[in-house]
Design a protein around this ligand. Structure first.
Ligand code: GRG
Length: 327
């Protein structure tokens, strides 16, 4: 069975104990009297995942001097929200592989996946209410609403080769960066940080999440399915106009543009090798990595607002690992 919490960084040791506490909360709060809920939620949670969002809650709150037990609950809450979005997303995208195993939808069917996603999502809100902090509830309610908007925007952009880069960026800020932002912000709220510091933490999370999704979109073209734990080429199959393709069309010859436009419009995989060659030749992959690096640099700068500490160092390290990753 895969490691439940594979260490993300070489310097993560001090936080690993805290992550074990979070895992204990996750296991305890997954329980349901309904057997199928138990089975599916444990199926996806036990497959691991990098647990980045709960780390953000723990590390930001620790960097700002908070060590109350609510941080474990809040860290588990953001992982539940994340897992709910994955369950729903794999249905929407008809994905077959996630975290190195068959997706829940491939194993248990779409209906069960969506419904267990609903269970995890609503369980997260039950847990938030038990923490009894209105501001946290507000941050996470707003974030989940924006994530859903991001997914619908993405749906509207499918098969559109003329999508503007700014509109692509808006989708990734909404669907992915928002939960990173909310996780970091919740860490600051727990620590009762003043509004300026809270905004710096939110800026950090937003930039980190944006960098993370840019790399995700890059890995869909240059990654390795075994290492990624999900199938590469999914985005092309779905006709999703991500930055590597948008940049390749901007930089390619007229003929190359026609090839990519056609693949986006029809979600065709049979030209994948040719498209990969164009994406590489035009430097679109390098340019996507550079865009991710710029966001990671912004994230690092936002951390200047935090006092020096080992937790802040671990957050800085996360910026590096989010760019240089293969899964
Ligand atoms: C249930 C609030 C709610 C919304 C549903 C489907 C949907 C709306 C949102 C999907 C958002 C989504 C899945 C965005 C992609 C984010 C992303 C990069 C996921 C992969 O994150 P990792 O690599 O995953 O951190 P692991 O497996 O490591 O946890």
């Amino acid at each position: 069975m895969p490691e439940p919490t594979a260490p993300l960084t070489a310097t993560a040791a001090p936080i690993d104990l805290a992550m074990q506490r979070v895992d204990a909360v996750i296991r305890e709060r997954l329980s349901s009297r309904v057997a199928l809920i138990d089975q599916i939620s444990r199926y996806i949670v036990s497959a691991g995942g990098k647990r980045i969002r709960p780390r953000l809650v723990l590390l930001v709150s620790e960097a700002l001097g908070f060590d109350g037990p609510e941080r474990f609950e809040l860290a588990a809450i953001v992982e539940f929200i994340h897992t709910a979005t994955l369950l729903h997303d794999d249905v929407v995208d008809e994905s077959a592989l996630r975290r190195g195993r068959a997706t829940a939808n491939a194993t248990f069917g779409n209906a069960a996946s969506v419904l267990v996603g609903d269970f995890l999502y609503s369980r997260a809100f039950q847990m938030m209410v038990s923490v009894d902090r209105m501001r946290v509830l507000q941050v996470l309610a707003d974030a989940t609403n924006v994530i859903a908007e991001g997914e619908v925007l993405q749906l509207m952009n499918m098969h559109d080769p003329d999508l503007a880069v700014a509109d692509y960026l808006q989708v990734i800020r909404f669907k992915t960066a928002k939960l990173f932002e909310a996780s970091a912000r919740v860490g600051a709220v727990l620590a009762a940080a003043d509004r300026g510091l809270e905004e710096s933490c939110a800026d950090f999370g937003r930039s980190l999440g944006t960098a993370f999704q840019l790399v995700d979109d890059l890995l869909d073209y240059e990654g390795n399915s075994d290492e990624l734990g999900k199938n590469v080429g999914n985005d092309l199959r779905e006709g999703k106009p991500t930055l590597p393709l948008l940049l390749a069309m901007e930089r390619g010859t007229a003929e190359e543009r026609v090839l990519i436009r056609h693949a986006i419009e029809h979600g065709e995989m049979n030209q994948l090798p040719q498209i990969l060659a164009v994406v590489r030749r035009t430097g679109a992959l390098d340019a996507t990595r550079e865009a991710a690096q710029r966001e990671a640099d912004l994230a690092r700068s936002a951390l200047d607002a935090l006092p020096p500490s080992s937790a802040r160092n671990a957050l800085l390290e996360l910026c590096v690992r989010s760019i240089h990753r293969s899964s």
